[in-house]
Design a protein around this ligand. Structure first.
Ligand code: GRF
Length: 202
C-alpha cells in the first residue's frame, strides 16, 4: 500500500511508520510527504529518508482551490492509496476529501471525542486532561471528515494518568505509545483487518 504523509511539525509519528516500512514490519511504501511548513522536522526527515516531499501552503498557492488541486495532483502522481495525517495542522481541501474519502486517517493524542476539536492540539490536550483530573487518556486514530477530530474512530488505546504527571511527562508517554499504535493500526488497515470503507459513512 502506498502511503502519503501530511505533517506540519516534528514528524516523529511519520518516522515511526517509515521505519516500520523500511524494516518490513509494515507491508507498505512511504511515497510522499506533504507539509505546509518548509522548516518542519518532517521535511528534514523526508530528505533523510529520500521520500519525495512537497511544501504546499497559502504562500505557494494563495487560492485555496489551487492549493487543493496541487496537493491532489501530487498525491495522484505518486499513486497514494492511504493518507496519514501525522501532526498536520491544516484542514484538508474538498477535492482531496472527495477523492480520498475514507482513506485519510489522523492520529490524536487523547481519547476522542473528549479533548478534540479546533485548537486542541499539542500540550493543550494534555493540559486539559490533567486539569480535568482524568485518570486515563490515550491515543485515537480516526478517519478524517470535514471537521476537526470528528470522523469515525478506527482504533483507540488507553494510557493511565498517574498522580505526579505533568504536561511534559504525559506528552512523552502518549507520544511513545502513538508511535507503536500508529504502526499497529496501519498494519491492520494494510492487512484488511480494519475495513476503512466499511467504517466510512456514505
Ligand atoms: C502527535 O501528538 C499527534 O497525535 C498529533 O500531533 C503530534 C505530532 O507529533 N496529531 P509528531 O510530529 O509526529 O512528532
Amino acid at each position: 500500500m502506498n502511503l502519503g504523509f501530511f505533517a506540519s511539525h516534528n514528524g516523529s509519528n511519520m518516522q515511526a511508520v517509515i521505519n516500520a516500512c523500511n524494516n518490513g514490519i509494515l507491508n507498505a511504501n512511504p511515497v510522499i510527504v506533504i507539509s505546509n511548513n518548509g522548516d518542519a522536522g518532517a521535511v528534514e526527515r523526508a530528505k533523510e529518508e529520500k521520500v519525495p516531499y512537497y511544501v504546499f501552503n497559502s504562500k505557494t498557492h494563495p487560492s485555496p482551490d489551487d492549493l487543493d488541486n496541487a496537493m491532489l495532483h501530487a498525491l495522484l502522481q505518486h499513486e497514494v492509496e492511504l493518507i496519514i495525517l501525522a501532526g498536520y495542522m491544516k484542514k484538508i481541501g474538498e477535492k482531496i476529501l472527495k477523492h480520498y474519502k475514507g482513506r485519510i486517517i489522523n492520529i490524536h493524542p487523547a481519547l476522542l471525542p473528549k479533548y478534540g476539536g479546533k485548537g486542541m492540539y499539542g500540550s493543550r490536550v494534555h493540559d486539559a486532561v490533567l486539569k480535568s483530573g482524568e485518570n486515563e487518556t490515550g491515543v485515537t486514530i480516526h478517519i478524517i471528515d470535514e471537521e476537526y477530530d470528528t470522523g469515525p474512530i478506527i482504533a483507540q488505546t488507553a494510557i493511565s494518568v498517574v498522580d505526579d504527571d505533568t504536561v511534559e511527562s504525559l506528552s512523552k508517554r502518549v507520544l511513545e505509545r502513538e508511535h507503536s499504535f500508529l504502526v499497529e493500526t496501519i498494519g491492520k488497515v494494510v492487512s484488511g483487518e480494519i475495513d476503512l470503507e466499511g467504517l466510512t459513512p456514505s
